[in-house]
Design a protein around this ligand. Structure first.
Ligand SMILES: O=C(O)CCC(=O)C(=O)O
Ligand SMILES: [Fe+2]
Length: 373
């Protein structure tokens, strides 16, 4: 099942879904201006889009297999690689380690995360070591998947850079491979027959995310609405989204939108759900703030926003670590203590009317919003 390129049973026909824009990566690579305009539109409106012709189909299928093999290891073996409560992202995250809502409902998903830095430096460990199933597939699966995913995100970032009026190479300098970062590949496993969220409502922590789904479950809350909509998995299409750090760099011009993972709909709920993701995050030492000095467009956007909205006083390393640590049940002194206070509304220029502004994926008071990625 994990390696299948199609779902074992189709996504229900009658279910409302979000009609995400479909961006053609081949046209983007060919420098097609019309397609670049469409990408810009998608990234500045919803912040989510499908990506077809993304070149990593084989590697994605292999990653589903690698993830399934790894997450099928005995719990005692997986726990040797657990990410712990200090805010580390890499390694294994067991079920029930984080809450998915303000009532403390435990999550049901397992993650297995491999650092981009470890994949690129293999067999040297930059951050940590991994289970044998991952080591065995490092060279033929994880490294090629990582490189192709990096290429996709670097290509998209170069377009955003130009459109934002930033000097060429600005984003590359913030995402150097010679400096440690939180970038990672992830496999997610959700058990069958669930009736509650697998991953609570959140925005992604980093710059750009790419997700590959076989079964439904991923939902997005379109800006200004109160209705969660499924994003239907389309064979061969990745789902891409803007994360918080890119929203911050761009002064909110690029949108980091709230999403969550619910049990797969209809008949699909009977199956284990796997998804594969890749997260590009800035170098750990990058201070997260809008790049106003480098772009008039960003400076203008910041001038229109509430004072200090895009000043985090935090490096990317601290940012990711703190947010992961706040999610871990063991290291939180209750739900309210995990609320972000530093920075309201990043990436949410027009928040849904029902929810308060969501502080960059951290918890908003009275809102069932949790950060997870
Ligand atoms: O599994 C999915 O479809 C999405 C996962 C996700 O949103 C995340 O890991 O941040
Ligand atoms: Fe996410």
């Amino acid at each position: 099942m994990p390696g299948l390129t199609v779902a074992p049973t189709p996504f229900p026909k009658d279910l409302p879904t979000h009609p995400l824009m479909v961006i053609d990566f081949a046209l983007i690579q060919a420098g097609d201006i019309h397609e670049q305009n469409r990408l810009w539109e998608a990234a500045t409106s919803l912040g989510f889009w499908y990506l077809k012709h993304h070149t990593a189909i084989d590697e994605v299928n292999d990653m589903f297999d690698m993830g399934a093999e790894t997450l099928a290891l005995p719990l005692s073996e997986k726990m040797k690689f657990e990410q712990g409560d200090e805010g580390d992202s890499f390694g294994y995250k067991a079920k029930g380690k984080v809450a998915t809502d303000k009532f403390g409902t435990l999550d049901t998903v397992e993650f297995f995360n491999v650092a981009q830095d470890d994949a690129l430096a293999w067999p040297r460990a930059v951050h940590r070591t991994y289970p044998s199933t991952a080591n065995a597939r490092m060279e033929d699966t994880i490294i090629p998947f990582t490189r192709k995913s990096m290429n996709v995100n670097d290509t998209l970032l170069a377009i955003f850079e130009r459109r934002l009026g930033l000097p060429e190479g600005t984003f590359a300098e913030l995402h150097l491979t010679s400096v440690p970062s939180g970038s990672e590949a992830r496999c997610i496993k959700t058990p069958p027959n669930q009736d509650k969220a697998g991953i609570g409502a959140h925005t992604d922590f980093g710059t750009l995310s790419i997700v590959h789904n076989r079964l439904g479950g991923l939902q997005v809350l379109p800006p200004g609405t109160e209705t969660w909509l499924y994003i239907k998995p389309l064979p061969g299409h990745a789902i891409c989204n803007v994360g918080d750090t890119l929203a911050i760099f761009s002064g909110g011009i690029l949108r980091s939108n709230v999403h969550r993972v619910m049990p797969p709909p209809g008949e699909q709920s009977r199956f284990e759900r796997y998804s594969i993701a890749f997260f590009t995050r800035p170098n750990n030492d990058v201070v997260l703030r809008a790049l106003s000095e480098k772009s008039q467009m960003i400076a203008d956007a910041v001038a229109r926003a509430p004072e200090g909205q895009f000043e985090t006083n935090s490096t990317a390393g601290e940012w990711v670590q703190r947010r992961i640590r706040n999610l871990r049940l063991k290291s939180r002194a209750g739900w309210l203590a995990s609320l972000g206070t530093e920075h309201g509304g990043v990436g949410t220029p027009s928040p849904p009317t029902s929810s308060p502004i969501i502080p960059s994926g951290e918890l908003a008071p009275h809102s069932p919003v949790e950060a997870s990625a």
